[in-house]
Structure formats: C-alpha cells, structure tokens
Design a protein around this ligand. Structure first.
Ligand SMILES: Cc1cc2nc3c(=O)[nH]c(=O)nc-3n(C[C@H](O)[C@H](O)[C@H](O)COP(=O)(O)OP(=O)(O)OC[C@H]3O[C@@H](n4cnc5c(N)ncnc54)[C@H](O)[C@@H]3O)c2cc1C
Length: 506
C-alpha cells in the first residue's frame, strides 16, 4: 500500500524555502486535522545568499495568492516597481542601450511592427511606451488605479532579506507553517531510495512523507543525499562569480529607477537595482576572463564616490541545473535545483512556478508522486533550456570586441535549439508560434525586444509579401506616440508615487 502524503518538510529558509512554504500552505495547510502539515527547517548557522532583488510580473499573482497586501510588500521590503530591464553597452559598448520592458508591443498578436520601424535597434522605442516611462523615471500607475493594477505591466524590486523575513512571519502567523531552527546533519534514506527523515546536529530526527530541498547551492537533499547529477551550463553562459554591494543613496530623495539596469563590462555586467532606502549593485563576471581585482575596479568605477568605504561580498556559483528536479519523494526548489546568472531575474520566478506546481499537483500518495515527478521534470527541463537560450541570446549578437564577448559568438557555445531559432529569425522575427507551449516563460515579445535591441534585423525582403501592412503599422506607431505623450503627462515620478501612496495607507 502506498503511503499517504500528510507531512511535507521544507529544508532551507531563504526566499525559495519561505515562498514555497507560503504557496503550499496557503492552499493545503488549514487548521483542520485532515490538512497537510508543512514544516520548514532552517539553519541559524548557514546564511541565506541574501541577494535576489529583481522579480518577474508573476510575483503580483503569487503575493495575492498567499494573502499579502501589495502596500505591505512595499513598506516592509522597501519595494519599488520594476518595469523591465535596461541593457546598456551590450551591443557596441559605447553607451548604446535598449529596453526589455514588461509590456508587450502595441499591436502585439495582430502585427509585428519590426519590418516597419525606422531603425531596428529602436524597436522598443517605436513599438512600446514603457521605454519612455522608464527613461522619464515614472511609476507605472497613478493613485486612481487599485493595488496590483497599473497602466503598464510591472514586477517589483525588493530587499531580499526583508522579503524572506516577511514571508516567514506570514507563514508562521497566518498559514500554520511550523518552523524548526536546526542544522541538518544527515539525510536518512528509506529502503526504496526516497528520504525517510533528516537528522539535526542536536541529535533530533525529523520524519516526513515528502521533502523540499531549498538549501541553496548546497543542494543537500537532491544533490548530495540522492546523488542527482548537476548539468553544467558554463560552456554556454560563462559567468561564475559575483561581487555584491548595498549602496546608500547620496540623498534620500534621489530618484529611483523603475527598471533593472544591466551595464555590460569587459567580461561580464553590472546590475543596479534601486530600492526605496538603498541600491543593490553588483558585478557578475567570468573568472576565466577577468580577475576579482579587475571586477572590483569596474564596480568602483561604475559607482564612483558612492562605493567609498564599502566592501563587496564575493559569491561564487556554478551555472547549470540538476538533471532531475523531483526524484523519489524529494523536489528541489530555488538554487538547490539550479542557478544561472540573474540577467532576467528568472530564479525567483522559477521558485514561484515550482511552488505553484507542487501545490496544484500535491500527490496524494507515493504512487501518484512518481507520475507527478516525471511531469514536473519534463516541464522544468524545458524551462531551463528556454532560459539558457534566452540569456545566451543577450550575448551572442554583440559587436563588442573583447575576448569574453567574442567567445559568446563561438558556435560551439550556442545551444542547438537557439541556433535553430536564429536560422528561422534570419528572414522573419520571433512570433508566438515559436513559443506555443503552455508552459512557456517568455513570450515572443521578449525575444523581439532583445533580438532587435541587439541590432539583429531579419531579411524581411525574402518574404516581402508577408509585410504589406505599412499603413496599419504606421497607425500603431503613431498611436504609441500619442499614448506615450499622455502617460508622460499623467504618470507620477516613481519615488513620489510610492511615498504618497504608502502615506495614504497609514
Ligand atoms: C549574485 C546573485 C544575484 C541574484 N539576483 C537575482 C535576481 O535579481 N532575481 C532573482 O529572481 N534571483 C536572483 N538571484 C537568485 C536568488 O537570490 C535566489 O534564487 C533566491 O534568493 C533563493 O535562494 P535559495 O532560497 O534557493 O537559497 P539561499 O538563500 O542560499 O537559502 C538556503 C537556505 O538553506 C539553509 N540551509 C542550507 N544548508 C542547511 C542545512 N544543512 N541545514 C539546515 N538549513 C540549511 C540556509 O540556512 C538557508 O536558509 C541571484 C543570485 C545571485 C547569486
């Protein structure tokens, strides 16, 4: 007889652990005797990674689902709106930039504007208003819109430490999650190879029917105890080190960018994320192409006086993911499952997706779990491949001359699936039919913004009969200009909006 799943043990109290606990408990853990018992174990001796401040628009649904008010997220986590990413110095390295905004181009789904814009690198400027809103430093909504609504699509930038604290409090006070503070020392396997219990340093054992590995890079359960191999992606994505800093504003009224700024460097890039009380700034780079000292010098040059007196924290990582994400009665979520550089803030988004899948498909017993695991693995494998392809797309079209950037164009470093996409996009841009899986992460619009922003222009003349809608396209481009002007006049400055809105909530 297959055992019923009654108790789920999550190991790890970083963003992945607490978010997973919240999503599962919000659905399954009630105060009734029959509900699922959710226990989270975290070590007080092993710190969380403490970065991960850019999110994806999926976070709006996630925090609603788990019962957190948006204004609480802003006030507790020093959060701000994120309207997309600005990629500076990725094409030539001479101050060039383009946006990957969260709002899809005007006319998306009806007409691809790319053949009709005057300059392909300006695709996001001519097809979408959000570039202009971000450049003007405006919020995506006015006081007239309700929580979770905006005139442009958005996600959040948030303080990672404060976010995990807020989730912890919410899980314990409102969602019946049990919290155990202990360091796991040993993972005890059952006869069938699944996990039966975990042993703590203090000698206590904790049994569970199902385990979620949220132990970060350690991957203590899935990787170490169950021996699920790691698939290395470093031959495609070269970065393996980060230097991270928390940078105070010179003046507390300084404007806050409502987008992540990713500025290309000679062998990597610098992220810049504005929160209400500080910025999170860091350099991701490849140790094969650049020393730590050079990376720190880049970071200091980028920040100028703002970096005086600050010492960066170094984080080493391996790019890649586990071969399987769910094995026997253990599923890994967060960095225990895998990690690639935070160029498109995909990590927390994958945590949300994984947690929701587990909650939606909570297996009733071990027999069903094997089927659920197989399906989950298929989906996650596809998503990781898509993420790796999408990140690689940001690099491989560069015209920068440095060896690091040139190496990204080496065909041996480009996944076959991306080469196939590129072969098709040579004569037409990405369309929704290229991304028709129900589990797709990025829509065709995301690929369009990056592909065209990097200056890749398909040879539309090869099938010119497909592109005979110039009048309609010019109307959409004009309409975009009108909407942009309206929004520039009505949307408030980002910091002003947040301060006034939060003051009104008190
Ligand atoms: C430089 C950098 C920048 C990033 N930026 C972004 C971003 O902008 N957006 C984004 O989405 N993601 C980003 N990420 C990823 C993001 O930080 C993580 O996905 C997120 O924080 C989740 O981490 P985690 O919970 O998996 O791991 P961690 O935060 O490392 O937590 C691991 C937990 O496991 C516990 N633990 C470990 N071993 C044991 C043990 N033996 N016993 C008990 N407990 C144990 C620890 O105590 C800790 O609580 C970034 C990552 C890096 C490295």
């Amino acid at each position: 007889m297959s055992e019923m799943i009654k108790k789920i043990v999550i190991v790890g109290g970083g963003t992945a652990g607490w978010l997973t606990a919240a999503v599962i408990a919000a659905r399954h853990a009630t105060k009734s005797d029959k509900s699922l018992q959710v226990v989270l174990v975290e070590s007080s001796d092993i710190p969380t990674v403490g970065v991960g401040e850019g999110t994806w628009p999926t976070m709006k649904n996630t925090i609603q689902e788990i019962g957190i008010k948006e204004s609480d997220l802003f006030s507790r986590c020093h959060a701000v709106f994120k309207q997309g990413g600005k990629f500076v110095n990725w094409v030539h390295g001479d101050g060039d930039f383009y946006y990957h905004p969260f709002t899809v181009p005007l006319g998306y789904g009806r007409l691809d504007l790319a053949p009709y814009v005057s300059n392909i690198e300006d695709y996001a400027i001519e097809s979408n208003f959000q570039h202009h809103i971000c450049e003007a430093g405006l919020a995506p909504r006015t006081m007239a819109e309700r929580e979770f609504n905006g005139q442009c699509n958005y996600a959040y930038h948030l303080d990672a430490g404060a976010f995990a604290e807020m989730l912890k409090e919410h899980c314990k006070q409102n969602l019946s999650v049990e919290h155990v503070i202990a360091t796991v020392d040993k993972v005890n396997l059952r006869e069938d190879g699944g996990i039966g219990s975990i042993s703590m340093v203090d000698g206590e054992d904790l049994h569970g029917d199902m385990f979620v590995d949220c132990t970060g890079f350690a991957s203590l359960l899935l990787g170490k105890a169950l021996g699920v191999p790691f698939i290395d992606a470093s031959d495609c994505l070269f970065n393996d080190t980060a230097l991270a800093l928390q940078v105070p504003y010179a003046d507390p009224t300084d404007p806050i960018a409502s987008h992540t700024i990713a500025t290309g460097q000679n062998a990597g890039w610098i992220w810049d994320i504005g929160l209400t009380h500080r910025r999170g700034v860091g350099h991701v780079y490849s140790s094969k192409f650049m020393s730590d000292d050079e990376a720190e010098a880049n970071l200091r040059a980028y920040l100028g006086e703002a970096a005086d007196g600050l010492t960066p924290r170094k984080i080493k990582y391996e790019s890649g993911h586990r071969e399987k994400f769910w094995y026997k009665n253990c599923v890994a979520v967060g960095m225990a499952a895998g990690f690639v550089e935070p160029l498109e803030a995909t990590a927390i988004m994958l945590v949300e997706i994984s947690a929701r899948y587990i909650a939606d498909n909570m297996p009733v017993d071990d027999a069903v779990m094997a089927i659920t695991a197989k399906r989950f693995n298929q989906q996650m494998d596809y998503r990781w491949q898509r993420i790796i392809d999408f990140l690689k797309l940001h690099y491989m079209l560069t015209k920068r001359p440095e060896p690091y950037w040139q190496a990204h164009g080496n065909p041996d470093s480009i996944p076959e699936s991306l080469k196939e996409d590129l072969a098709i996009w040579k004569t037409r841009g990405p369309t929704s039919s290229d991304f028709d899986s129900a589990i797709e992460l990025f829509p065709a619009a995301s690929y369009q913004y990056v592909l065209y922003g990097m200056g890749f222009k398909p040879d539309f003349d090869k099938q010119s009969y497909l592109y005979q809608q110039n009048d309609q396209a010019q109307q959409i481009i004009q309409r975009n200009q009108q909407i942009t002007q309206q929004m520039l006049q009505t949307l408030p400055p980002h910091r002003d909006f947040i301060e006034t809105w939060l003051a009104n909530q008190r």
